[in-house]
Design a protein around this ligand. Sequence first.
Ligand code: FES
Length: 130
Amino acid sequence: MTDDSDLYEPYDRLVTIEVAGRRVSVPEGNRLLRCFQYLSLRSISYGDFCWNGECTNCQFWYREPGDDERDPDRTALSCRFDVREGMIITRLSPGIRLEGFDDAAPPAPAATAADATAGQHDPAPPAPEG
Ligand code: FES
């Protein structure tokens, strides 16, 4: 097992946040991208991140308790943002992949026969003879 104790800022406790509809515990006093790394060590460690606010690959959208639901979600760069207890992360940049969270996505609508053939490239029907 990897000793990852140097990855994180020192912390005394975990704080609870919501990510993709799941309540998770992450180390307080850390940048959110580090918290994502805490949740998904491999994918974040090997992800395409500059860790210094330049690439924007770590962008996320969120709400905080008490936010007016009519207001648009806030957004920030997770490598520059300190985690806050109770925050609700509503969307992640495609570059942020959290292992084990894919199955947290809402189920896809039931497929129909039309869906099954959509996107298939059948040859054009023969021209009518005339
Ligand atoms: S990791 Fe590049 S901007 Fe945050």
